[in-house]
Design a protein around this ligand. Sequence first.
Ligand code: SAM
Length: 247
Amino acid sequence: MPPTAPPTASHPAGVAGHRAAWNTVMAGFLPALPDLEQAIMTTAERLTGPPARILDLGGGPGLLAERLATRWPSARVTLADLDPVLLALAAATVPPSVTVVEADLTDPSWPTRTGTGYHLVTAVMTVHYLDPAAIRCLYAAIRRILHPGGLLVVADVMPDDGLPAMMRALATPADPSGDSWSQWWAVLAAVPEFGDLLRRRAEIFRDRPPAEFTPAVSWHAAAARAAGFTEAGALWRHGRHAALAAR
Ligand SMILES: C[S@@+](CC[C@H](N)C(=O)[O-])C[C@H]1O[C@@H](n2cnc3c(N)ncnc32)[C@H](O)[C@@H]1O
């Protein structure tokens, strides 16, 4: 099913404002986000050349998808997510080279919605919503939809036991309580046009709280190898946040 038509399409400035505020919230959790995105783009270019087809899993309101599309204007980018509110914000603003798709990553049939043959697959701050079994299934599915030689990058909280204290200090988010996250949703809740989407969202997430499963990079690398990736390891780290690269 395609995402619901964006409720605020008639108010593009409003949509842009919500997306800009989302960017600020994400930067609160991960101030080094631009550095991570740069690492993803540089690595992909070096390993695969400019990727022709890109998939961003749990892409939310589409900020990374848009930046990937800007970096590689001839690429076709697909954003997949489950949240009707975030899908609507993405669909309202992403450039024409980005396709927005509703897909539940815990449903094994999700690749039928995204298609196959991707040169780069990203999942940024998405997999902590999933439990271990779902992450293992996800990696196996991604392996099947990657173009030969294609690259997977998964970034999330991935603390490592051996992290020195000076690195752990970097881990403290600017907003450890998550207040800015709640505030962002509260602002949206006050916009009547989002009412139906927010109700749908509440139904979808009622029985699926984020698993908050945040193992070390080594766990993700082992899960990726078990799923058929031949190479897997840390691509990037900032405090407790890290990115796994696998191909
Ligand atoms: C913290 S947000 C990160 C969004 C985006 N990657 C970013 O960095 O701005 C986590 C995202 O994962 C999505 N998500 C969580 N569980 C999902 C699932 N089962 N299927 C698809 N998307 C999911 C949420 O809807 C949300 O957009």
